[in-house]
Design a protein around this ligand. Sequence first.
Ligand code: SF4
Length: 374
Amino acid sequence: MQLLAILYIGKKLYLMLKSATRRLLINYLWQMPGFNKQDTINLLRKLTIPRCWNGVKLLAGYYAGMLFNKPIQWGYPISISFEPTTSCNLRCPECPSGLRQFTRPTGMLQTDFFTRTIDEIHRELLYLIFYFQGEPYLNPDFLEMVKYAVQKKIYTATSTNAHYLTDENARKTVESGLDRLIISIDGTTQEVYQQYRIGGNIDKVIEGARNIVKWKKALNSKTPFVFFQFLVVKPNEHQIEAIKKLAKEVGVDEVRFKTAQVYDYETDPNQLIPSIDKFSRYRKNEDGTYRAKNKLANRCWKQQHSNVITWDGLVVPCCFDKDASHQLGNLQDQSFKAIWRNQQYQQFRSDLKKSRKTIDICSNCSEGVSVWKD
Ligand code: SF4
């Protein structure tokens, strides 16, 4: 009788674990655009038992938090963004780095500080994003840091405006083992491209993309998975078909379309909100102003499973906190795991659970909706 009960409970636990793992993967892939077979296989290869177990704990905490209506945090982040630098060569109108609007200092992430943190969390960490604000290739040690993370078998991704993808940098990028390279290209002609990427040169972007494609072939490498990211705004929405053609001609793996966050979305002074509804995070009111489509539920999967580290070690809840106004700890003074469990972090989770819309960054963010569109 006892044996039957043990078998029954064991089977129930196994089914719960299986279902939680499946939901975790679905939830995680939901945050990511599209699906690429080779890239997905590559990502799954980085899964280890401690990373899977950590993921299950995170997901269980997320659902337990919904059930008991309080913040429950089990496990450590499976995804972290590290900011290689706050410097940028462009002047994009919706980016505080481009507009030089930061109140925090500009600087470069240092290798020793980076490796110390990775050493602490690599067992749990699956996905490492090398971007936040700024252009990653401006940090001279950037690719060395990628190599370090690759040695720890962490999936690595970066996003670039591709102005520094010279022949040499393209070869070094492929050799570094980087898994994903996102090339921001928001137009197919110089005239349209420069309306958002102010100061940018589209010929350089295309040449950089060609360099990467060339070195992937030359080195017979399956990585990085390279795609064009096209941020759809009003000035470029008529070039959606043209960018697909260009991507094919250059030979990148894909083109993916992303909706744009607009700061003053109610009045949209820069006229950025596209007229094609599916590419907009906002809905037009009868009086011509806009409101967010997002329902702003009092929960956040993003802050449950990830966070962001600035170049100088500040830990912030997510990529929407561009000026690090919600500092949850400083890695110069505390370990990563201590910060993840500290009082400030708990307070932030609790505030979000009570009322997300009262937190400035959380009231205009995409959490709860997919920002990627076909
Ligand atoms: S800004 Fe959005 S993603 Fe970031 S913590 Fe708030 S709700 Fe989550």
